[in-house]
Design a protein around this ligand. Structure first.
Ligand SMILES: Nc1ncnc2c1ncn2[C@@H]1O[C@H](COP(=O)(O)OP(=O)(O)OP(=O)(O)O)[C@@H](O)[C@H]1O
Length: 228
């Protein structure tokens, strides 16, 4: 469902962030993307959710050629991809409920479905009781759970998570990991960039390692493989 064929990304300043990446990720896979800082992991992820377009090569997500997408088709493809970041990126003045509901409003989901669906995902992430709290009234782990609720509320087929445990302590990170595992188990493909050695070595999922803009390792039930 995600396929890259000889994908290159050169930023306007001349940095070659990806240099000829080819990969296939099937429906319902869970993939860790690992590698040194600056290797091209975030770029790899940004190309999937079309935050960036490739300089050369093809990327298809659910059959859509992402790099060549017509402007009017972008929202349609994006709604099928949920994104989670290291720094949560919740809207500070909105409550947990409103942050999640906002993702449904953006795609103009029917109003009558909204309340039920938002409460359903808040329940799934274990935060129904904090629906009215603002992000500043929540812990880091709770904020990330709200960000996950927001990412899944429109039932995307893919979740892109760029270092989702990067700002969290080990115990909280494990909670987030179990939640993502559960979401994957329910049928969502997950691509997660991480520097968390413990998590990768314990979960034993597919591991794609990127160095200098190239995939240098791709293992099923892989290991982290670095000392950082
Ligand atoms: N918008 C940009 N403009 C120019 N260069 C960029 C841009 N974004 C990233 N780069 C460069 O592209 C290369 C790959 O960056 P990328 O963020 O994809 O790496 P990364 O593996 O995610 O790193 P980290 O683990 O530190 O997050 C780096 O050399 C980076 O400096």
């Amino acid at each position: 469902m995600i396929e890259m064929q000889d994908v290159w990304k050169t930023y306007p300043n001349g940095t070659h962030a990806l240099q000829g990446v080819s990969v296939k990720i099937d429906r319902n896979e869970f993939v860790y993307v690992v590698g040194p800082s600056g290797a091209g992991k975030s770029t790899f992820m940004k190309l999937i959710y079309r935050e960036e377009v490739p300089t050369k090569g093809q990327i298809s997500v659910n059959g859509f050629n992402i790099g060549k997408l017509k402007q009017r088709k972008i929202p349609y493809v994006r709604r099928n991809i949920g994104v989670i970041f290291q720094d949560f990126r919740l809207l500070p003045r909105l409550s947990a409920y409103e942050n999640v509901a906002f993702a449904m409003e953006v795609i103009e989901a029917p109003k009558r479905q909204m309340k039920k669906r938002v409460m359903e995902v808040l329940d799934l992430v274990g935060l129904k009781s904090k629906a009215n709290h603002q992000p500043s009234q929540l812990s880091g782990g709770e904020q990330q759970r709200i960000a996950i609720a927001r990412a899944i509320v429109n039932n995307p087929s893919v979740i892109i998570a760029d270092e989702p445990t990067g700002n969290l302590d080990p115990e909280t990170s494990w909670g987030i990991m179990q939640l993502l595992d559960e979401i994957n188990f329910r049928g969502t493909t997950i691509v997660m960039a991480t520097h968390n050695k413990d998590i990768v070595n314990t979960m034993r999922k597919r591991v794609i390692a990127i160095e200098h803009g190239n995939i240098v390792r791709d293992q099923l039930r892989g290991e982290y493989g670095y000392d950082f």
